[in-house]
Design a protein around this ligand. Structure first.
Ligand SMILES: [Zn+2]
Length: 598
């Protein structure tokens, strides 16, 4: 039944006469509010009360998303819910669980309901919730149930803080100036707005009319005044790419831990992981700003300019796209480039960062197995579910996507005689699809965007580097800017077992095609001796051996001692750096200037 009823009266009559059809959404929007309290914060629980009034439907289903947008893995957030019950005006309402993340109630004669449940939260990551006596980080997709069919409806969230908690950091708007009462115009925004609640250290600054708030949890050796200046530089450099900042307010939530990293993007906020002491070293500090640049760049690239599959979201299932190499890979490309634009990285810093990406990709056997588009599509089952063989079977759409970003940037700058760059493609796509057509882009549409500014067809490029497995011709592109790749290991004649081990000499990876792969060393084997020499330190175990030598490798496998003859092969690792061509011509220098913002 698709017809929309023209009046509330017709709708009511329909309900009365034909209840079987009454599953149509109610004509008058229901009112939805949540109260979240933490009577047992120390034991990692939130208690949620969801109130819905104004209902006029025979049944109600409430659901929990199975994933958090931006993190492409089904995480089954409903697994953390317990003691769910419902009542109406104080009277218990029976609830039936009908699948892993859906609870159903009979609403005959009932117009309001309160659903109560507890959520266990003890996983501090950027995409999961964590509660203890010191703070609550609420990742909304794992906290708030939604009423089926009402995803576009507004809701309010009232927070009852634990003990001395006195701050809420979130991009959700306040209601009546009350920091503990927030509102979301629809569920896509509620689910895109994490909340940090506690006694966090908050500082703020403005960048050209947009207000930025930074909420620091966990302490650390950061200098607020220095961060304000440098974060503003990063933000300005990004606004310059897209030509506008669509937010009036933006919130950075930073979790400082002994060792932490990573981030998750949202529409008007982000959650970052940092190590408490990382702000004190040049590399650590630049690493933090690079993470800021990455997640903030996403507010355009993926949160607004997005692959068509990524919104409106299906919160029940995987949302497949072949374009994470643009959404994530290009964001990874820009996270370093933006620091260059902002003057925080030197040109050499930038070239070193890019050489690092190239080494990561070129040393990974999986780069010869999994095309970039497939890496994106299978993020749900491969990228986010790595195993001991992933290094051999896959490639990261971040690392290779960043490289493709560089290739296309150089191609466009060179072909257009420095008139355009990848920045023009990003802005054009943002203007055309997010602002103009108000939808995501298809694969073909983004390709057409590249072609428009490159002034050529890119079928061959896509066949080789996006959908295929051709070795990347780095020097063709670097040459445009008067650079080339140099491999420091090119003349290396070291023999190798072709395995990686941990500090306990246990094999963690067997490299595809290497000596260990060919002769049968396994992950989890503990290396104990090479010929008659006990393995004490991994660095020197092949001292005096040559490529082609046959050695007896003694390992402990499943508690048993086994001797495996292995024929040593050449260590094929590469170590590239990007170096200047000595005789770069005027055009190459122009391309370089445009590319690196010299
Ligand atoms: Zn990202």
């Amino acid at each position: 039944m698709k017809k929309l009823y023209s009046s509330a009266l017709a709708y009511l009559i329909t309900i009365m006469i034909t209840p079987a059809f009454a599953a149509t959404p109610p004509a008058v929007p229901a009112k939805i509010s949540y109260t979240v309290s933490f009577p047992e914060a120390q034991a990692h629980y939130a208690e949620v009360e969801m109130n819905i009034t104004g209902l006029a439907q025979p049944t109600l289903e409430v659901k929990m998303p199975v994933w958090a947008p931006g993190s492409y893995l089904v995480r089954e957030f409903a697994k953390n819910i317990e003691s769910l019950s419902a009542n109406t005006r104080g009277k218990e309402l029976p609830v039936t669980k009908i699948n892993k993340n859906t609870w159903k109630m009979n609403m005959t004669g009932v117009s309001s309901v309160t659903v109560k449940y507890k959520v266990y939260a003890f996983e501090l990551s950027v995409r999961t919730s964590f509660i203890d006596a010191s703070h609550a980080f609420l990742s909304s997709t794992g906290i708030f149930l939604y009423p089926k069919g009402m995803i576009s409806q507004p809701s309010t969230v009232h927070i009852k803080p634990y003990k001395d908690w006195n701050k809420v950091s979130t991009s959700l708007e306040m209601v009546n100036g009350d920091v503990f009462t927030r509102t979301a115009p629809n569920y896509d925004i509620l689910y895109d707005s994490p909340l940090e609640i506690g006694t966090q250290d908050v500082f703020d600054f403005d960048v050209d009319g947009t207000h930025y708030e930074v909420a620091m949890y966990g302490g650390g050796n950061y200098d607020k005044e220095r961060l304000k200046v440098d974060m503003a530089k990063v933000i300005r450099a990004e606004v310059n790419v897209f030509g506008e900042n669509p937010n009036k307010h933006y919130t950075f939530i930073v979790h400082n831990k002994q060792r932490n990293g990573g981030g998750l993007e949202h529409l008007s906020s982000t959650v970052l992981g940092a190590s408490r002491d990382q702000y004190g070293t040049p590399g650590g500090y630049r690493g933090f700003l690079s993470l800021v640049a990455h997640e903030h760049f996403h507010l355009w690239n993926v949160k607004r300019l997005r692959p068509i599959a990524l919104g409106p979201f299906d919160y029940d299932n995987e949302n497949y796209t072949t374009n994470l190499w643009i959404a994530e890979g290009f964001t990874a490309y820009y996270q370093n480039m933006i620091l260059r634009y902002a003057g925080i990285s030197s040109p050499q810093d930038y070239l070193n960062d890019m050489a690092g990406d190239i080494n990561t990709v070129e040393n990974q056997p999986g780069t010869k197995v999994q095309p970039l588009a497939e890496s994106s599509f299978d993020a749900w089952i491969k990228g986010y579910r790595p195993n001991e063989n992933s290094y051999n079977t896959g490639i990261s759409y971040y690392d290779k996507g960043a490289i493709v970003g560089m290739l296309l940037d150089l191609e466009i700058i060179n072909n257009s005689n420095t008139k355009y760059s990848l920045n023009d493609v990003m802005k054009y796509m943002y203007d055309t699809y997010y602002k103009g057509k108000k939808r995501g882009y298809t694969d073909a549409e983004f390709k057409a965007g590249f072609e428009k500014f490159a002034g050529e067809k890119l079928d061959d490029f896509y066949a080789k580097y996006i959908n295929g497995l051709a070795p990347i011709d780095y020097n063709k592109y670097l040459n445009y800017a008067g650079y080339k790749l140099t491999d420091e290991f090119a003349d290396n004649n070291e023999p190798s077992l072709g395995v990686f081990t941990n500090s306990r000499k246990i094999i963690t990876t067997v490299l595809r095609g290497g000596a260990g792969w060919v002769d049968g060393l396994n992950v989890n084997d503990e290396l104990t001796a090479i010929d008659d020499t006990p393995v004490t330190e991994m660095g020197s175990i092949l001292k005096g051996k040559k490529i082609g030598d046959k050695v007896n490798v003694t390992v402990t496998r499943d508690g048993q001692r086994i001797i495996i003859p292995v024929t040593l092969k050449r260590n094929d690792a590469v170590k590239y750096s990007i170096t200047e061509l000595p005789d770069a011509n005027a055009k190459q220098l122009d391309v370089r200037k445009k590319w690196l913002h010299l």
